[in-house]
Design a binder for this molecule. Structure first.
Ligand code: SF4
Ligand code: SF4
Length: 135
């Protein structure tokens, strides 16, 4: 298997390492999607430690973005359809250290210099089964 055949692994690494910045407009869009007033959205999800005029950082809870939900091995964005530009602009790629970390942490697999996924056959099989599951 080569890295070009691999979609986002939904490993949650990027959403655990970084905090997206959301504009007021994006906050309103997400609050509407969640069916809550804007003030409640900020109270529940904004990280108030870093005040930035016109923007808010989404806070982390339990070591990851508070807007993430975990289902089995899948780390899903609760607001995927309306997620902020910061998250939209992030492209998965097994050339990125974050995606490689997810591959290693969850499947014990690595990427070789010729961009092939390498590791034990059993782990390769687990990954293939998982990719089939989320396809
Ligand atoms: S908003 Fe969604 S995509 Fe963005 S960091 Fe949070 S969980 Fe991840
Ligand atoms: S680190 Fe990469 S593979 Fe994992 S969820 Fe983020 S984009 Fe997807």
């Amino acid at each position: 298997m080569t890295i070009d055949e691999i979609p986002c692994l939904r490993c949650g690494t990027c959403c655990s390492l970084y905090q997206p910045l959301v504009t007021d407009e994006e906050s309103q869009r997400i609050a509407d999607y969640l069916g809550m007033p804007l003030k409640t959205f900020w109270e529940q999800y904004a990280d108030t430690r870093w005040p930035i005029p016109g923007k808010h950082l989404i806070k982390h809870e339990d070591g990851h973005c508070a807007l993430m939900q975990i289902e089995g091995k899948q780390h899903l964005c609760m607001v995927h359809l309306v997620k902020p530009d910061d998250c939209r602009e992030w492209q998965e790629s097994l050339e990125k250290k974050e995606c490689k970390k997810g591959l290693l942490d969850q499947w014990n697999l690595t990427v070789s210099e010729d961009k092939t996924i390498v590791g034990e056959a059993e782990d390769q099989k687990r990954l293939a089964n998982y990719l089939e599951e989320i396809a």
